[in-house]
Ligand binder design. Sequence first.
Ligand code: SF4
Length: 366
Amino acid sequence: MKVTFPHMGNICIAAKIFFDGLGIEYIIPPINNKTALELGTACSPEEICLPFKIMMGNYLQSIEAGADTILLVGSCGPCRFGEYCELQMNILKKMGYDVKFIVMDCPNGIGNKELMRRINSLVSGSTKNKGEKTIAALRALKATNLIDKIEEKAHYLAGYEVNKGECKKILNTCKRDVFETNDPVRAIRLLKEYKKKIDSVKIDKSKNPLKVAVIGEIYTVIDPFSNLNIEEKLMDYGVCSKRKLTPSWWVKDAAMKVLNANSVDLRLASKEYLPYYIGGHARECIGEAVMAHRSKLDGAIQIFPMGCMPEIISKAILPSISKDKDFPIMSLVVDEMTGEGGYITRIEAFLDLLERRKGKNVLYGC
Ligand code: SF4
C-alpha cells in the first residue's frame, strides 16, 4: 500500500510524521501549484469548487508517482465537500485508475465502529505495535499544534518585528527543515526549536501596525497556493494577520463535535447574524468577523472559492456586520482564473483604507 493525501496547508507535515512513525509507504504530491490545478481542472466538473480541482490534481500527480491509496477527510455534507469522495472516486475510475479511498468522516456521521474500521484499514500495512501506532498519531497531533502555533505567531509578529522579514524567514526555514527529515523525533525537536526562535523574535512594541483577520472557507484560507499567498504578502507589508481556522483547530473542532461542544465561542459570536449550521464554515466565518471586531482588529478579509455555497451566504451577511459595527470587511473570490495583479491591487487598496481610518497615510504597493 502506498498512501497519498491531498494538500491542505501544513497537513503534509503532520501526515509525513504519522506515516514515518508507522513505517507505511506514502507519496506526498508536489506542493500545490499550477500544474496540479490544470490537471485537476481538466478532469473535474466545470462548476465544482476550487479545492476539488486542486485535490484531483494532487491525486493524479501522486498516482503517477505510484500511489494506490488515497486518504481523505470527509464531512458528511451538507455542502459539496460531503460528496467530494464519491465524485472523485467515480472520476478516477472512469479515467481508468484503480485506487482505494479511505475517507475519515466524523464519528457522528458514520459511527465509531465504522471510523475504527477505516482507521484499521489505514494502519493495517504497518508492522508497528499498538503502542508505537498510538505514539505516531500523538506525534502527528503535536506537530500540527506546534506548526500552527509557529505560523500564528509569525503572521502576527511580522507587524512588530525589528528585523524586517525575520518572522517570514523563520517560518519558511522551519517548514523546509521539518519537511526534509524522515525522523519523527527529530521533526518534533525541530518544531520545538523553531517555536523558541519565533517566541524570541525581537519586536518593537511602539509600532502600531494594521491588524487584519483572515476569514472564510477553510481550504482557501489555509492553502497558500489557493489564496495567492495572502498571509505572506501581509507579512511583507508589515501587517499583523490572524486566522482562527487551522488544521489543529479543525482536529479539535471535529473531536468536540461529538459532544456538541465545538467552537462554542464562534457559534455564540455568530448567533445574531447566522444562528444555523449551513455547511462548510460559514458560521465560523461570521463568528470570526464579529470576534475580530471585538478584538479591536482593523478589518477582515474573507476568502472563498468561486461557487462556494456556504461562503456566498456569509458574503451576503458580512456587509450587515460591517455596517452595524463600522468594521471594514473585504471579500476575495478565488478560482483558476484569478489574476494576481488585480488581487494584489484589491488587497493594497483595502490596506490603504484601513490606514486612513487609523489616521495614517501609508500607501501600500508604492
Ligand atoms: S465549503 Fe465551499 S469550497 Fe469547500 S467544499 Fe463546500 S462548497 Fe466547496
